[in-house]
Design a protein around this ligand. Sequence first.
Ligand code: NAD
Length: 482
Amino acid sequence: MRVFDGKLLIGGNWVSSISGLCEEVKSPYNGEVVGIAAVANVEDIDMAISAAEEGFAIWRRTPAHQRAAIMMKAAALADERIEEIAQIISSENGKSLLEARGEAGRCGEIIRLGAFEGSQLYGDSLPLDANKGTGQEKIGFTLRQPVGVVVAISPFNYPALLVMHKLSPALSSGNSVVLKPAQSTPLTALALAQCFVDAGLPAGVLNVVTGSGTQLGDALVRDSRVRKISFTGSTAVGTRITQLAGVKKLSLELGASSPVIVMDDADLELAARAVSIGGYINAGQVCISVQRVIVHEKIKRDFLDALKPLVEKINVGDPKADGTEVGTLINERETNRVVASIRNAVDQGAVLITGGEKNGNIITPAIVSEVDPSSNIAQEELFGPAVVVSTTDSLKQALHIANSTPYGLGSGIFTREVNSAIQAAREIDSGVVHVNWTPLWRADLMPYGGFKASGIGKEGVRSAIEEMTEVKTVILHGQSWQ
Ligand code: NAD
């Protein structure tokens, strides 16, 4: 038994839930029990928020260099535990160990980025004497300070990375946190929390509650002691949060249907290689996964000929087996949903070029061509290992199709023409635009977040710190002198 199995982290202690209830965490690959998680209820939430208030009282008064030192220790522990964390990620999420090791390996780096950025909370001095009627007897400046208790709610698809993108900026800038990880992947979050506990984070600064989002969400989101909600998940849950949160800061990282345009002057080998990665990593369960490829009709045949063998080469299977690149989807319901979505598209006239076969919770990587850009498989988030291909005869039409969904998270264009690249960068309504790569690329320091139904606000450590802190204006009122 690990110290966190079946426990919540509240007030610096690993404790059982008030009800005493626990649930099994199972492998999506073979159903094996891989751990035990506590099932919290609203009373546990109340205790966690109270503990976070107490933790904040200490942490906000802790000098930045001391906070940074604890963060650096936590980063070193996360580095030491990469293999352990990777094994947990792969076990509970079903992604390949190869992918899980990559994910676990980024945690320490994200904490270090936070340790640095959290020690750089600069303010401005205000030129008050430029305001008519105000002389030189006053001095004004701004202080940037932590907001207070941050509720962090994270999804299943990157159980370490997306937890780190909340904990690192929140903690390093002096906030306390109540973290609610996805119900299907709680163990990774608990293992990461242990790094902070072992690094000496004061009690109450980080609290972790596990259980059902439907049961716990409203209590977390509504509570007026919470000053900020940092949520990553579906647009449906994000929308509900906007309706319940009341007056508090919100960052919402939501769903997507990311487009990639391939123009007739593109490097087709590059485009095919990038799409064969960007559409299928993590079994397509990535918010910035390539979902829609909008290819110029003149090169469509050549592009598909280049893409198909690459997609068919992807090694899918047992997440823990050597050589497996892509593992399972998160559960049977999701697997059935994705397969049904591909079948419906084919029933409506699309052509399945390869893949789409179900084996347990594995779906073979699929390419669906001749897709109507207004059909469900293009418009709704697929979140599965398939890309859908439609054609265009001009950049103008391609940009129109790219912008035609409710979403706007990431996008890409493949072209050798600078004008086309600039036009796409200006005209696509998405939070990130990639030129000559797909949306599936992220540096942890870059601003990252969606437009339209893909969300509000930005992550990326520096941007997240801005959103997790607030500016206070201070005026020193002196007397005028002769
Ligand atoms: P989800 O919305 O079902 O769940 C996300 C989290 O919210 C989980 O912890 C869940 O327990 C919790 N939750 C559920 N109901 C809630 C409620 N009523 N109130 C508060 N919290 C609640 O999402 P998921 O299935 O875990 O993840 C997949 C979704 O996440 C996809 O839509 C994907 O695009 C999105 N996502 C977005 C980004 C991004 O950066 N934009 C990154 C990763 C995933």
